[in-house]
Design a protein around this ligand. Structure first.
Ligand SMILES: Cc1ncc(COP(=O)(O)O)c(C=O)c1O
Length: 434
């Protein structure tokens, strides 16, 4: 495969954009690659780069594209309004349509505010929880990523972990002192903390997918719900990834646990920029202009994004079998990955939930938290990533992210993926044998 155009673009970008990219993981730094691929277009489960290489895609824009690239239903709906105008800074019908669908489907949400990104949604939800409780401190879990607002960039996952650190520079001590962190899954410590300190909220990815995927135990989330109720702490489920992915109603429907506030993003914009925070009416009515918790946005509830999100969610709602099929396809890959690992003597732990999975290159029975995931062999991951890419399969360029499946990944794509995975595992096995 030739990557000349991508390499040239990257060289040019390096002089113009920090690190040549607009989001750090895209740089392919941790997988020792000369340059990332620059994407020209996508269709179904596939993307095409500027050198016209074709790939089966397991990034799927990091989650929004559960229907695959350019799904006809979404494109058709977007086309209907794209020529009307782009953004008005005034309300449109499409925001109300999307809000109505979200409120109908997501169990905890009685009212919802649309934003432009997941980062804005989590930042605003935390602010709202502080206003509601009159408390300052918040609790998050090590390795969970909730976007890049100051208060949440502590012991963070995703791109920070990928590049070998967890806390961002440039955040004041004042902010840092109010963000407390604990290991994911450690209910006893959460209980101790909440009994001894006044905490405004717990924010949690109900299925953490930013330190690699963690298979959550339902009891942990149930415990969080119980303790937060007892201590009048706001429970925020950050469902930016899991919303409309793990089940139509997200992780809260899947586990049958209702948080006070929920943050959404990704799928609810169908591939266009969006986010949302919502929850109990009583809390949401503190948001301006009803109350004085300020949130605003020039492009909040953008009509094109709202329309694309509405089309995506409507399609999911009309085809409820999608979730079962996605999980079956994921299990098909995961089962075969485990067989390949055994065949070539490669240590792996594969975590999967719904249409997400992570292959941890690690000699552990289970990866349950950040401490475990940090034990992964990133050199083996890098061999895996590069073999996949050089043979037309794009997987996340980081050990600490999840693979995303879409409904466009059919048996044909899965079987080709497994053929290339076999090449990767063979290579890693041979390296280990040396
Ligand atoms: C769980 C979670 N929350 C929040 C965010 C931030 O969303 P955005 O990238 O749209 O700002 C992300 C992004 O990946 C995420 O995975």
């Amino acid at each position: 495969m030739v990557f000349k155009n991508s390499i040239d673009l990257y060289k040019k970008a390096l002089n113009l954009i920090p690190g040549g990219v607009n989001s750090p993981v895209r740089a392919f730094k941790s997988v020792n690659r000369e340059a990332p691929i620059f994407v020209k277009k996508g269709q179904g489960a596939r993307i095409y780069d500027e050198d016209n290489n074709e790939y089966i895609d397991y990034i799927c824009s990091w989650g929004p594209l559960i229907l695959g690239h350019n799904h006809p239903k979404v494109i058709e709906e977007v086309k209907k309004i794209i020529e009307n105008g782009s953004s008005y800074g005034l309300p449109t019908k499409y925001e109300v349509d999307l809000a109505e669908l979200i409120v109908e489907i997501v169990p905890s949400i009685e009212k919802v505010r649309l934003t432009t990104s997941g980062t804005e949604a989590t930042m605003s939800a935390v602010r709202l929880a502080r206003a509601y409780t009159g408390r300052n401190k918040i609790l998050k879990f090590e390795g969970c990523y909730h976007g890049h607002s100051d208060a949440l960039l502590v012991k963070s996952g995703s791109g920070l972990l990928t590049d070998g650190y967890q806390d961002s520079n440039g955040i004041t001590d004042g902010v840092l002192k109010d963000t407390l962190t604990l290991g994911f899954g450690d209910l006893e410590k959460v209980e101790n903390l909440l009994r001894n300190e006044e905490i405004a909220c717990i924010i949690v990815e109900p299925i953490p997918a930013n330190m690699g995927l963690i298979e959550t135990h339902k009891e942990f989330l149930q415990g969080l719900r119980r303790i937060t109720e007892e201590t009048k702490t706001v429970l925020i489920f950050d469902e930016v990834i899991s919303g409309f992915r793990l089940a139509l109603g997200g992780a809260q429907e899947f586990f049958g646990i209702t948080p006070d506030l929920t943050t959404l993003g990704k799928i609810i914009g169908g591939g266009y920029p969006v986010g949302a925070f919502g929850g109990k009416r009583e809390i949401m009515d503190l948001v301006a202009p009803v109350g004085r918790v300020y949130h605003a946005g020039t492009l909040s509830g953008n009509p094109i994004a709202s329309k694309a999100g509405f089309a995506t969610i409507s399609y999911l709602k009309e085809n409820p079998n999608i979730y079962k099929e996605l999980a079956e396809n994921t299990n098909y890959l995961v089962d075969n990955v485990e067989k390949l690992a055994e065949k070539y003597g490669v240590d792996v732990c594969v975590n999967s939930m719904g249409s997400l999975f992570t292959i941890f290159f690690v000699d552990l029975e289970k990866v349950e938290n950040l401490e475990d995931s940090l034990k992964a062999n990133t050199e083996n991951f890098s061999i895996y990533f590069n073999t996949m890419l050089d043979n037309g399969i794009v997987v996340p360029p980081s050990q600490f992210e999840a693979h995303f499946l879409s409904i466009a990944h059919t048996k044909k794509e899965l079987d080709r993926t497994l053929e290339v995975m076999e090449m990767a595992f063979k290579k890693i096995g041979e390296k280990n044998a040396k």
